[in-house]
Design a protein around this ligand. Sequence first.
Ligand code: ADP
Length: 190
Amino acid sequence: MLNIVLFGPPGAGKGTQAEKLIVHYGLKHISTGDVFRFNIKNGTDLGKLAKSYMDKGELVPDAVTIDMLAAEVDRTPDVKGFIFDGFPRTSVQADALDRLLEKKGMSIGMMVALDVADDELKLRLKGRAETSGRADDADPEVIANRIAVYKEQTAPVADFYARQGKLRLIDGIGEIDTIFSRICEAIDKG
Ligand code: ADP
């Protein structure tokens, strides 16, 4: 089984690379951002709660996010592995994920972390805002807050996996296919 955490700041290209990775390795993609957006679109209670945080560029509370993630994992038995995208985003979530997988006799194989400089991130998110229809991409203040929240709460998650010898840092600048090759090389090396 191959379980990967795909990691990087907002706009790093996680969604783009995840799409390619699921095809190449036959994995199941779980994006917490996508699940929240699905719930918002369908007007569920979870969606309403998530929206109140996402619109400000804040993180949805850990307990809510962890329960949702666990339910998503449970919904998909018999897979070759998972790509976790946008999760874990805090150290509490990282710990919870380890425990959740352990109960199922699974573990994280590696964290693939996309490295992209701030200026490039802001440019990409501005470009994406024109097509994504995402409220949190449209407002420069919300984007700035997402990047700040990333640095404060999410970046430390990389250390969590580094301590376990599982962190693979990938240069996230370049052509989509070039970055994809870099990721595959890291995964195939193990
Ligand atoms: P991006 O990586 O482009 O910022 P995502 O689609 O992964 O976007 O997430 C969008 C928003 O959803 C986040 O800014 C946050 O509010 C919420 N969210 C997604 N994943 C998590 C998580 N693991 N914990 C808390 N909030 C989350």
